[in-house]
Design a binder for this molecule. Structure first.
Ligand code: WTA
Length: 588
């Protein structure tokens, strides 16, 4: 059994008299007791008179109608020094225009519309416009290469895609295999030469022709809003589909967990291509009508501190790898004025206690760990501003959410022992509504009345949850989820490779790195040059972030008698751990 509770001295006690602002939740226990999703929905979501809803209306238009049209919705810092701001009213008009533009391309409710852009404002305009009209919006990370793109665009049968001249060549290569992709919209920003063709249309042309008025689609809470492909142990990435009503949990958690208040300047560092960027870089903050910052530049300690200082960020939501990089950097925090910061949160991978203690020391504020998943659509277990922090713990369930540690029969484990982290699905308001075209996969998440997260964890006597690891082979590198199968598939495309087994190897900075064990064709020599070649291949064909940082050539992969690669054994060997049960193993 794991050590359940750290020493008392490690606990960060909260002193309510020291808060610069009273937190939105002032007592966890009573909030948990009193909370119901029904009440919260009445408070936080605006329905149309006919009882229907639209997430984008809740993010933008209703604030304009409530007199907040001139409030800044977005502060944008471009990679080349661009500095732009957009009010809620401006975003209302732009997103209406874009919804009209999509309509002119025959996009209808339920059609899949995909966004493949870097972090530029047009990405948000496209996202909002797509929601307004009722299309199912898919966002993709700009580091994706053709293998990742084709999986997503072909499985979803995306009809229209928006991208730019820099990213378009990756689409051009695969378009012939995407019969459903009718047109590509090109955003002109940032490039002189634009691609041309009968099925290519331009953002500016479309917007110039489009009216600033749009009749927003009246939808049911369960109508689909966005979809994100995410990786599991086996097979290709799966399309996790969310609904318009899921904005409720996004708003509730932005308010109660991120503690965002009306005059805050909020910065979520996640990319819109991942779920944190969608839920906490769009749905939640704009659902609450607050000002948020968006930065296009890649991570650098200087750049981030400068941005925090210049835009006077008050609430900051980021990820452990970034925090550890800041921690390890020689850039001095005291050279910047970060006095506006008042609340810090983290997500995506385990937040180590050292990072919490470090931030407490250097910023005077601890990072608050939050736990959730793409499938859940919103923070589900977390540390609240009012709650004492046990560094290393993910905290407690969100009001409304029932979480537990269960054994493989669904029986709750109560003695602080490790087990499966599970949630009662009906208590997670924003839980996924479907796995696109894959009912079997969807059903596989649910057992004995629980939603099984695939994470292993334990709960201590005070009700705090502690993350232990994944129950499956999913890799988390720099907070991003990578499926070993996709990396293996990419490696075996290389002519030198017979087969490959891929694992996540613990790494102090990145949480995990991707390590590949590769079997070469007879006669091929496993040189360092070949390692670099294989790495470059995955980077260029699958995705820039999903390549193996380490490669080891081996003679044979451990497999079950039915031929399945036993990654668990590769990992155990790598880490020098006991091999466990090997009875199903073929000769190895
Ligand atoms: C991991 C990201 C430890 C976990 C929002 C989960 C975490 C997976 C934490 C989901 C945390 C997320 N502590 N592990 N606070 N938050 N994870 O879908 O393994 O990209 O199952 O969603 O990330 O990753 P996803």
């Amino acid at each position: 059994m794991k050590q359940a509770t750290p020493m008392n001295t490690d606990i960060i006690k909260k002193d309510p008299t020291k808060f610069t602002k009273t937190p939105n939740i002032s007592d966890y226990t009573s909030s948990y007791k009193d909370f119901t999703w029904e009440k919260a929905e009445k408070e936080f979501v605006t329905f149309f008179e006919d009882g229907t809803v639209n997430a984008a209306y809740n993010m933008i238009d209703r604030h304009v109608e409530n007199g907040k049209g001139d409030k800044t919705a977005l502060i944008y810092k471009g990679a080349n020094g661009e500095n732009e701001t957009y009010t809620f009213q401006q975003l209302q008009k732009l997103s209406n225009q874009f919804a009209n533009a999509l309509t002119s391309l025959d996009v209808e409710k339920g059609d899949r519309f995909f966004i493949f852009l870097p972090a530029i404002p047009e990405r948000y305009v496209a996202f909002l416009g797509g929601l307004k009209l009722g299309s199912i919006v898919g966002t993709m990370f700009a580091a994706f290469q053709e293998a990742a793109l084709i999986d997503r665009l072909s499985d979803s049968k995306a009809k229209i895609l928006i991208t730019n001249a820099v990213l378009f060549p990756r689409i051009e290569k695969i378009w012939k295999d995407l019969p459903h992709l009718e047109k590509v919209i090109i955003v002109e920003r940032g490039s002189q030469d634009q691609p041309k063709g009968d099925t290519i249309v331009y953002y500016k042309d479309l917007m110039d022709k489009a009216s600033e008025d749009f009749a927003i689609a009246h939808l049911s809470k369960d109508d689909f809003s966005y979809m994100l492909y995410t990786s599991g142990t086996t097979g290709k990435p799966k399309g996790v589909v969310h609904a318009h009503g899921d904005i409720l949990q996004a708003i509730v958690t932005t308010k109660y967990v991120l503690d965002v208040q009306d005059d805050d300047i909020y910065w979520c560092t996640a990319d819109l291509g991942w779920v944190t960027g969608v839920v906490y870089g769009a749905l939640g903050p704009w659902g609450l009508g607050v000002t948020q910052v968006m930065s296009e530049a890649r991570f650098s300690p200087e750049g981030w501190y400068q941005l925090l200082q210049d835009t006077k960020v008050t609430v900051w939501y980021t990820a452990p790898t970034a925090i550890r990089m800041l921690m390890g950097s020689s850039v001095k925090v005291k050279d910047y004025d970060l006095s506006s910061l008042r609340h810090l949160c983290s997500v995506g991978e385990p937040l180590n206690p050292e990072a919490v203690m470090w931030s407490y020391e250097v910023y005077g504020l601890p990072f608050h760990d939050t736990w959730w998943q793409t499938e859940l659509g919103g923070i589900s277990i977390t540390n609240f501003p009012i709650m004492d922090i046990k560094p290393g713990s993910m905290g407690k369930p969100l009001p409304g959410v029932v979480a537990a540690i269960v054994d493989d029969e669904g029986k709750e484990i109560l003695d602080e022992a490790e087990g499966n982290l599970a949630l009662r699905p009906e208590t997670v308001s924003s839980i996924m509504k479907q796995i696109w075209n894959n009912e079997e996969k969807y059903n596989s998440y649910f057992s004995h009345g629980w939603y099984l997260s695939g994470d292993r964890a334990f709960k201590d006597k005070d009700g705090y949850f502690w993350f232990v690891g994944r129950a499956d082979d999913v890799i988390k590198t720099m907070g991003e989820r990578v499926g070993p199968f996709e990396v293996e598939s990419s490696l075996v495309e290389c002519e030198e490779v017979i087969e490959a087994g891929v694992i996540g190897k613990p790494d102090e900075l990145r949480g995990e790195i991707i390590k590949a064990f590769v079997v070469l064709k007879p006669g091929i020599e496993g040189t360092d040059e070949l390692k670099e070649k294989l790495k470059a291949y995955v980077k260029q064909h699958l995705a820039g972030h999903a390549y193996p940082r380490e490669i080891e050539f081996i003679d044979k992969l451990p497999k079950t008698r039915s031929g399945k690669i036993m990654r668990r054994l590769l990992k155990a060997k790598e880490l020098g751990l006991p091999l466990g049960d090997t009875s199903t193993l073929e000769d190895y």
